[in-house]
Design a protein around this ligand. Structure first.
Ligand code: 5GP
Ligand code: ZN
Length: 109
């Protein structure tokens, strides 16, 4: 999957996408077509297609995605004004990249 999947390639540092944060579990980078003044994507390094494909063992990954998104919101100065955390799930839910990712959207004012 790694070779064909854009977010696997970004997470592995095989593109010129600038990472805003990285640890053993995930990466964070700016959405290329932002829908808000702050629009970041929080992406696990493990290839998981969508929320539908999360297993019992993936619970800690999901918890970590959310807590890093929270930390990034604070770092971006939008924690107090507020933000949205969004998973699009499959085509009908607006998902176009089939590698799990959490959208962080904020800075609306
Ligand atoms: P989805 O609709 O699958 O939930 O969200 C995928 C997001 O990835 C979209 O908001 C889209 O703008 C973003 N995206 C697609 N290709 C790239 C890319 O090459 N680089 C970055 N930084 N974002 C991308
Ligand atoms: Zn992938």
């Amino acid at each position: 999957m790694t070779d064909e999947c854009l977010f696997c390639r970004i997470a592995e540092g095989r593109t010129d996408t600038k990472l805003m944060f990285e640890d053993d579990t995930l990466v964070v980078f700016k959405d290329i077509h932002p829908h808000a003044p702050v629009h970041l994507l929080v992406v696990p390094k493990k290839h998981i297609r969508s929320v539908n494909d999360l297993g019992q063992e993936d619970g800690p990954i999901v918890a970590h995605l959310i807590s890093v998104a929270r930390d990034m919101a604070r770092q971006q100065g939008i924690d107090r004004s507020g933000y949205k955390l969004l998973f699009n799930v499959e085509s009908g839910g607006g998902q176009v990249i089939f590698h799990l990712h959490l959208h962080l959207l904020g800075g609306f004012g």
